[in-house]
Write a protein that binds this ligand. Structure first.
Ligand SMILES: Cc1ncc(COP(=O)(O)O)c(C=O)c1O
Length: 406
């Protein structure tokens, strides 16, 4: 069964079981998407829910797609499965430029329908029924569902609640002879943690000793604050045979709706990922691939602008939260655009609190339980929205928590 309590079921939706596969009965639409679905029926909501950036897609990207659609008939047709050759080359060039990472654009990169399809194809490629997959807790909800879809077993190891850094003792104990992979995402959704290189090197050591795969979800690789350096296990040549990187254009270029991402993997693994990609998607949408190419080849100032603005929004939300102490507490995010907010136990469980916040305060938040057992007692706030929306939502939260937890 799905691990989280479904927001839709809590609100009265009943799922049919008869004739539905065990695999699919056992997963849930993540609460990150369920709560906004419920919110459609609640007028006047402000969203701190799904991680959608308020920025429009930069103009040069939109212009390139419009031009290609008008001038070239192939923009409306399928591409080759792994994606436009020019896009794969540009992506490989970016990896050299930004990461010092050399990959073969012909055999080691597949352009996917967002990071999400890349993650799903990778998990389905590597995980057999009964394989154990190590996941930090809390962790991005969809990683959990992808493991369950592959009939793998999510094995949670808690992050340290005081910092949300990796708890290496707990991780060490979670490794077993059935461990097939670990999924590491940082900057981390939902906590905003950026894991220390020292700790990641220990994970690398264990992966080498025990022979498990490392799936790196690089969705927020560009988004660290206060000049904090970002380092990924993808950069370790010793791990080259067992590390798979999954990238996204969604947040870096304000392209969440274009649905384009990439998988970077050793050629003999990517060959198999490609089979799942072909069965599920054929190829990423061609106009979106054109957009991704324009994003990589165009000016990069937008990325720096997004980073600077999100840092200011983080500070804005944190100063609101500081004023809400002692009702609420949090760990200041070092990256991504989320903060986990801990509320007092008398408010109820996190699903109850998120549903009450939706209906009574008219603020969309995500219940911490959606992110695995370590998320209970928290709600996740996204600070992707505009300053005006953040201010309104935070005022509403302050009033609600004061009334309900004093
Ligand atoms: C950690 C993480 N991975 C993957 C995704 C999905 O990214 P994409 O839009 O590229 O599918 C998200 C989206 O919020 C995310 O937070």
């Amino acid at each position: 069964m799905a691990l989280e309590r479904s927001a839709l079921e809590a609100a009265g939706k009943r799922y049919r079981d008869e004739g539905i596969s065990r695999r699919v009965r056992g997963i849930a639409v993540s609460a990150i998407k369920e709560i906004p679905l419920l919110a459609q029926k609640v007028p006047g909501c402000v969203s701190l829910g799904q991680g959608i950036s308020s920025f429009p897609t930069p103009e040069h990207i939109v212009d390139a797609v419009c031009r290609h659609l008008r001038e070239s008939v192939w923009t409306g047709k399928y591409t080759l499965g792994p994606g436009l050759p020019a896009l794969r080359r540009a992506f490989a060039d970016m990896l050299v430029r930004e990461r010092g990472l050399w990959v073969d654009p012909d055999t080691e990169i597949c352009i996917t329908v967002g990071a999400m399809e890349g993650l799903c194809a990778t998990v389905l490629t590597l995980i057999e029924p009964g394989d154990e997959v190590l996941l930090p807790s809390p962790n991005y909800a969809s990683h959990i569902e992808q493991v369950l879809l592959a009939e793998g077993i999510p094995v949670f190891f808690p992050l340290k609640p005081a910092t949300w850094q990796l708890d290496l003792d707990a991780l060490g104990h979670a490794i077993s002879p059935r461990t097939k992979a670990i999924i590491i995402c940082h900057p981390h959704n939902p906590t905003g943690a950026v894991f220390s290189k020292e700790d990641l090197l220990v994970v690398a050591q264990w992966a080498l000793e025990h022979g498990f795969y490392i799936i790196c979800d690089e969705t927020y690789d560009f988004l660290t604050y206060d000049g904090k350096p970002y380092w990924s296990l993808l950069s370790m040549p010793e791990l080259r045979r067992q590390v798979i990187g999954v990238f996204s254009f969604s947040k870096k270029y304000a392209m969440t709706g274009w649905r384009v991402g990439a998988v970077v993997a050793p050629a003999d693994i990517l060959d198999h990922v490609m089979k799942v990609h072909d069965a599920a998607a054929i190829c990423a949408p061609t106009p979106s691939q054109v957009a991704a190419l324009a994003a990589l080849e165009g000016p990069q100032e937008c990325v720096a602008h997004f980073r600077k603005t999100f840092q200011a929004r983080r500070d804005r939300v944190c100063s609101f939260l500081d004023r809400m102490a002692p009702h609420l507490s949090y760990v200041k995010p070092q990256g991504a655009y989320y903060v986990m907010v801990k509320f007092p136990p008398q408010a109820g469980d996190s699903m109850t609190v998120a549903l009450r916040l939706l209906h009574e305060a008219r603020v969309i938040t995500i219940p911490g339980s959606a992110f695995g057992p370590g998320g209970e007692g928290h709600v996740r706030l996204s600070f992707g929205s505009t300053e005006a929306e953040l201010d309104e939502a935070m005022e509403r939260l302050a009033r609600w928590f004061e009334k309900n937890t004093a």
